[in-house]
Design a protein around this ligand. Structure first.
Ligand code: GAL
Length: 653
């Protein structure tokens, strides 16, 4: 197994050509192997419609390749030039109020717009024809960060037209759609598909089945947009195709996009994410402000390993303060190195830093890079060089087989958003938050986790499978669960809706083993902040509880065990054979109790880690990461703040 390599994001069009060669040389000296270019350069490639200036890009590619760098060439479709709007004035995505979003930043296109789809295919084809045969164009990045800046859901005319066609295709006739959506309610029945509008601007909430279908339709447009480019690129190039996904972006099904790509990559900004994307108390945000959340990066590493079918990269790694979060501190010395090794320990084949040099103009002028705008290296560059040196002295090895699989499902995220049924600290109850809560709890037990798709067909590699909040169980997973003998944990809200977003006829949980044994969720409650429901033995439910009705009828052959009870006597955790159901949103204490009990049942070894320490194994190495700002002593090993420690598993050194 080859060790991972390093990369950097570079924008030759931002810098004088006279500097390119020195920059390329300095990259190689820093140990950088990959350089990503081109993903925003459309206005310089095609300054006027059909008038091309390729020569500068030819020269940039040549200079970088001559220095020995491998090039990741981006298709520039995230930044259509201004003239594109003169050609296609209605190509802009529209917000929920129906207002078009304007030119003047990026991602100003609607995925449903056929004219723009053709333009994207056209520029991709031209780039592929020109550069696809070059061996040093060693990978292609398709577009840039789908969904960044909320750009998947568009309430445009193009989306409305596309949605109607999509519905016709899905339902065939309008009576079937009316039934599937339950449109008899409030006399919402339609006579024809062309009467159906997008689910925005309704007087009160729209029909959840309508919204769910719009979410599916919108996700399908991203898949199709991406596929149009990958189909072209595959004709002209043998190099792997990649997209750079993001942190906590869930508006399209990444697994489906990933089917058309060779490698998944993601853009990791640990400090920006802690400020901007994670629900954590103020004290935690202060404590980790220079390190990032100890689990957020790892969660996405494991998620994108699944999306990439095993192959994944970090395309953009934060090197210092960014510009886009509410607060933008600098990382603790050592963190850039820690983030890099952590990604590699989770199986990243490449970690690339954003960007080579800070730019003194435009929107990202306050975003740091590996160099200041005047060319002087920032502290991150020294850490990159150190990583490069260290990579020569260790063999990281391949990804470990994790004992635990955690299901993450994009449709469940949409279902929760469509019908949150409660709030938590002013925001709707959220599926991602719940799954991340479980992930974090597993990591605090020192466990390696695989995140798996809800379409997984084979679970035999795992001792335990966890699927909290998985609203609708796919046929594939349901089938795999029927023969699975490891421990399964689901609930709350698992198996609670049909595909059409109805409550199942025989009530939830629609889940193998549980249904047959006569387990029924008879009602659910959401709770206001500050209310918690104690559970015997320690811990509480908060935000959400469910009341279970447990059959005692002899017609149900399997025995239902009550493993934990609420203090009010209601069942909290039940099991039927190997399948457990947790009837509420657990606080950290209750979740840990449940996981410890289940690890024992599944024969999984765990260790309670000190605060801020995280572990990740590869097949033959173990890595320890100190995310805290204090030294940690663990098993007689002293790890400094932001420190990384590794040893061979069979032979401590
Ligand atoms: C990413 C994006 C980059 C750059 C970076 C700044 O979301 O792909 O182009 O904007 O953020 O942190």
């Amino acid at each position: 197994m080859k060790n991972p390599t390093l990369g950097v994001c570079y924008y030759p069009e931002h810098w004088p050509e006279a500097n390119w060669s020195d920059d390329a040389q300095a990259m190689v000296e820093a140990g950088i192997v990959w350089v990503r270019i081109g993903e925003f350069a459309w206005s310089r490639i095609e300054p006027q419609p059909e008038a091309f200036e390729w020569e500068w890009l030819d020269r940039a590619i040549e200079v970088l390749a001559n220095a020995g760098l491998k090039i990741i060439l981006g298709t520039p479709t995230a930044t259509p030039p201004r003239w594109m709007l003169d050609r296609w004035p209605d190509m802009l995505a529209c917000d929920e109020q129906g207002h078009p979003r304007k030119f003047g930043s990026r991602r100003h296109y609607c995925f449903s717009h056929w004219g723009y789809r053709q333009e994207a295919a056209r520029i991709t084809q031209l780039m592929a024809q020109r550069y696809g045969h070059l061996s040093h164009v060693s990978a292609w990045q398709v577009d840039n960060e789908y969904s960044c800046h909320d750009t998947v859901l568009s309430y445009s005319l193009a989306a409305q037209t596309g949605f109607r066609l999509w519905l016709k295709e899905r339902y065939g006739d309008i009576t079937t759609l009316n039934e599937a959506w339950g449109n008899i309610f409030w006399s919402m029945e339609y006579d024809r598909f062309d009467q159906i509008e997008l689910p925005n601007q309704t007087v009160t909430e729209p029909n959840p089945s309508h919204v769910m279908d719009f979410r599916r339709y919108s996700s399908d447009q991203v898949v199709a947009f991406n596929r149009e480019q990958t189909n072209i690129l595959k004709q002209y190039s043998q190099s792997p195709l990649v997209h750079n996904y993001m942190g906590r972006i869930t508006d399209f099904d990444h697994y489906e996009v990933g089917e058309d790509l060779d490698i998944a990559s993601w853009d990791s900004y640990p400090l920006g994410f802690l400020e901007d994307r994670i629900k954590q108390p103020e004290s935690v945000k202060q404590e980790y402000m220079r390190q990032g959340d100890p689990d957020f990066q790892a969660f996405h590493h494991d998620l994108y390993r699944a999306v990439g079918k095993g192959r994944w990269w970090v395309m953009e790694q934060q090197p210092g303060p960014v510009n886009w979060a509410p607060f933008n501190p600098a990382p603790l010395p050592g963190m850039v190195r820690l983030w890099t090794f952590e990604a590699m320990a989770h199986g990243a084949e490449m970690v690339s830093y954003f960007r080579w040099r800070q730019l003194p103009f435009a929107q990202e002028q306050m975003h740091s890079g590996l160099h200041r705008p005047d060319g002087v290296p920032t502290p991150a560059l020294a850490e990159v060089k150190q990583v490069f040196k260290e990579l020569n002295s260790i063999d990281i090895g391949s990804v470990v087989e994790a004992p635990v699989a955690l299901v993450f499902d994009y449709e469940s995220q949409w279902s929760w958003q469509v019908q949150p049924q409660g709030y938590r600290e002013g925001e709707p109850l959220d599926y991602f938050d719940m799954v991340f809560h479980y992930y974090s709890a597993l990591r605090k037990l020192g466990l390696n986790v695989d995140i798996i798709s809800p379409q997984t067909t084979n679970l035999s590699a795992y001792k335990m499978v966890i699927a909290p909040g998985l609203v609708t169980l796919s046929k594939n997973l349901s089938h795999a669960l029927q023969t699975y003998s490891g421990v399964v944990l689901c609930g709350p809200r698992s198996g609670s809706k049909t595909d059409n977003f109805h409550i199942p006829d025989d009530l939830p949980p629609c889940w193998p083993t549980l249904k047959e044994a006569g387990v029924t969720v008879s009602w659910v409650e959401s709770l206001r902040d500050g209310v918690s429901i104690p559970v015997e033995g320690g811990g509480h439910f908060c935000h959400w509880i469910e009341q279970l009705e447990l059959s005692t009828s002899p017609k149900h052959k399997s025995h239902i065990a009550i493993n934990m009870r609420r203090k009010d006597g209601n069942a909290a955790l039940i099991s039927v054979d190997n399948v457990y159901y947790l009837a509420g949103w657990p606080d950290s204490e209750l979740l840990q109790r449940c996981l410890l009990a289940l690890c024992d049942a599944a024969d999984i070894e765990y260790t309670l880690l000190p605060k801020g320490l995280r572990i990740r194994d590869t097949q033959h190495m173990q890595f320890l990461f100190n995310y805290s700002a204090q030294p940690i002593e663990y098993q007689q090993i002293n790890i400094e703040p932001a420190g990384v420690y590794w040893h061979c598993k069979n032979n401590n050194n």
